[in-house]
Design a protein around this ligand. Structure first.
Ligand SMILES: [Zn+2]
Length: 126
């Protein structure tokens, strides 16, 4: 079985068998990584090598769809740009987002409830 080599940091890595190269294609090698096989005179890009190119994962389309912009992600009420669900401030305009206001609102409601209880307690005859 022929041996294959690839170039990394200007050093030749190898030899690798074709099954080795298949694993490397999935893990290390990029489409523009240079590869050569025993008997070949010229280095080729992984994406252009007759055998190696067939081993490269077809990642272009799935990669683009890995992090789809979900319509469920919240929008900034100020500038209408999408923001991360856990963002406390809009990265675009700096507006404080609803989530933090909700926390403040809950705290305010608890404090208000405690005040009402204290007033009610002081009003009822003991
Ligand atoms: Zn904004």
């Amino acid at each position: 079985m022929a041996n294959y080599y690839y170039a990394k940091d200007d050093k030749t890595q190898g030899p690798f068998s074709l099954p080795d190269m298949e694993v490397l294609c999935r893990t290390q090698l990029k489409p523009d990584t240079m590869v050569i096989r025993d008997g070949e005179q010229e280095w080729s890009k992984c994406s252009e090598h007759p055998e190696i190119s067939g081993l490269m994962p077809k990642l272009e389309i799935p990669l683009l769809n890995l992090y789809p912009e979900s319509d469920a992600s919240p929008c900034c009420p100020e500038c209408k740009k999408k923001v991360a669900p856990d963002a406390l401030r809009c990265p675009s305009c700096g507006k404080q987002l609803a989530e933090e206001q909700t926390v403040v609102g809950i705290v305010a409601a608890i404090v208000l409830a405690l005040i009402i209880c204290a007033v009610a307690w002081s009003l009822i005859p003991h």
